[in-house]
Design a protein around this ligand. Structure first.
Ligand code: AHR
Length: 537
């Protein structure tokens, strides 16, 4: 850990851990945020506040699905607590059934009376690859109807990933038909009705496979583009035109993006018209550590730095897409992101990669959502991986126990940005240096995003510094503040996380701010996520 280069505070403006707010103390700031109200970026899509559930470990079975006869309170077999918490954060979209699982899933296994559904071998077996271990099985109790009912219950748009590796384009069209064809018009709509859902589900978002470069078929960009064309050539529309999403790159794989777009448009640029979105995946993970709660101060910053690559990944892939997609028809979809660690020590082995995120993971959530907000003109859908009991989850659920992780509270705080106009911001603050091996790296000292809706200005800010609060001058160009509130998620313990025995270790705190004007000073606590909401005139 290197010393941090920064100016000393001039005078004292500190008033309690929740920060201080005053127009008189501008000279005491060592950082600055400008909010340029008159420089709109785009409306922040509700769907970038999206989620993902896969038939993996404890995600579906126990996490989401407990069954109608369970002692765990449920609505039609779906965990009631999960539904209630999700409603509060207004989830834009929910992706299912995978992930890698999608490319070995036959949707026909998951429809009709549950007692008749087949038991199949799951793609996901353990955390160390698939060798020499007991297999995992799936009884298909949670299928298409159950998924779509869950979406309705929480108010999210469904996003279904089709199987490209091991099923055909015809199977895909028929899945669309099962979900979307009008009442009584096709054999499949009658089967849907027999399954308990008469009305079409009108599923709009459809993924054409997943990770075509890996578990989705180990294809080259050319091979995948050819498959995509086949799947996209004729998809029945009914009352909802399917928005097709192609399996994009893993993190910085620019070869995959360039290769796919070139091959897709080899004969005609018109092919772009069939493509709604290009799906990027980016995970940041801890290197080698077995315990998700163990990390050094440098590793705290290292993970934040890795997650922060999202910004460059978005601009890099976006610029490559633009070499071919000159009119910008195709949008970016980040349908898997998060910090990926090992399972927490007390978690049963079959709950693959299940851990309650620490404060560090919460900062990953916040800085990533801020990145999406700032790129609201490019990113229209995003799905954190995954909702419950694995990777960057919002919840941990085990039988009758249930808790919201720190990530949940970040989604809650940031939901205020949904549907608002993202506006340009300029952040300046001393950077933070940290060491990885012999190399010194640096991370910004403050970052965030701002949005405006109906005279409500929302500013979200991450202070990554492990122990230094950041006194900041906030200048609002084009409006003046009348009143404001703050909500802050922080802890003096960088490793803090919620657990079944301490389910409220990390929870945001609210405060009312008394100020007015267009330039103010606020102190962002060390290692914190802050949302400031202002009524502006
Ligand atoms: O989210 C877990 C897995 O990560 C997904 O199944 C896959 O798409 C990715 O590699």
């Amino acid at each position: 850990m290197q010393p941090i280069g920064r100016r000393m505070f001039v005078g004292s403006v500190v008033a309690g851990s929740l920060g201080f707010f005053a127009t008189r103390s501008i000279r005491a700031s060592d950082a600055r945020i400008e909010i340029l109200i008159n420089e709109p970026i785009n409306t922040i899509s509700r769907e970038i506040y999206g989620h993902f559930i896969e038939h993996l470990g404890g995600v579906i079975y126990d996490g989401v699905w407990v069954g109608e006869k369970s002692k765990v309170p449920n609505i039609g077999g779906i965990r009631r607590d999960l539904i209630e918490y999700m409603r509060k954060i207004k989830p834009g979209v929910l992706r299912w059934p995978g992930g890698c699982f999608a490319d070995s899933y036959d949707w026909r296994d998951g429809i009709g009376p549950r007692q008749n559904r087949p038991q199949r071998t799951n793609f996901w077996i353990n955390e160390n690859g698939n060798q020499n271990s007991p297999l995992a099985y799936d009884n298909n109790n949670f299928g298409t109807n159950e998924f779509l009912r869950f979406c309705k219950l929480i108010g999210a748009q469904p996003y279904i990933a089709a199987n490209v590796r091991s099923l055909t384009a015809k199977d895909f069209y028929q899945w669309v038909e099962y979900c979307n064809s009008p009442i009584g018009m096709t054999t499949l709509s009658k089967m849907r009705e027999a399954g308990g859902d008469r009305e079409p589900f009108n599923v709009h978002y459809w993924g054409v496979g997943n990770e075509g470069w890996g578990c989705g078929g180990d294809m080259t960009p050319d091979e995948y583009a050819d498959e995509f064309k086949k799947f996209a050539a004729w998809v029945p529309s009914y009352s909802t035109r399917p928005a097709l999403i192609a399996a994009g790159p893993s993190s910085g794989d620019t070869r995959w993006t360039r290769g796919f777009f070139s091959r897709l448009t080899e004969r005609s640029e018109g092919e772009l018209g069939r493509l709604y979105g290009w799906a990027l995946h980016h995970y940041s993970g801890s290197t080698g550590k077995r315990d998700p709660f163990e990390f050094t101060q440098d590793e705290w910053y290292e993970l934040l730095g890795r997650a922060d690559r999202m910004d460059t990944l978005i601009t890099t892939h976006w610029s490559i897409m633009g070499e071919i997609d000159k009119t910008r028809r195709v949008k970016l979809i980040v349908d898997e992101w998060g910090a990926w660690h090992h399972r927490e020590p007390d978690m049963p082995e079959k709950y693959l990669w299940a851990y309650s995120g620490t404060l560090r993971d919460a900062l990953v959530s916040a800085l990533t959502l801020d990145t999406f907000n700032r790129h609201a003109d490019k990113v229209v859908v995003a799905n954190v991986a995954q909702l419950v009991n694995t990777i960057h989850s919002l919840f941990i659920a085990r039988e009758d126990k249930f808790l919201a992780t720190a990530n949940y509270y970040v989604f809650d705080m940031y939901s205020a940005h949904q549907g608002a106009q993202s506006v340009r911001t300029v952040f300046s603050a001393p950077t933070v240096d940290y060491k990885i091996g012999d190399k010194t790296n640096s991370l910004w000292g403050l970052a965030g995003s701002a949005s405006l809706k109906d005279k409500q200005l929302v500013l979200t800010v991450v202070n990554p510094h492990h122990d230094q609060p950041r006194n900041t001058e906030i200048a609002i160009r084009g409006a003046a503040i009348k009143s404001g509130q703050s909500r802050t998620l922080t802890s003096t313990d960088l490793h803090a996380h919620n657990g079944f025995e301490h389910s409220r270790a990390l929870e945001p705190k609210d405060a009312t701010l008394t100020t007015s004007g267009s330039v103010i000073v606020y102190q962002f606590p060390a290692a914190s996520i802050t949302r400031l909401m202002f009524d502006v005139g």
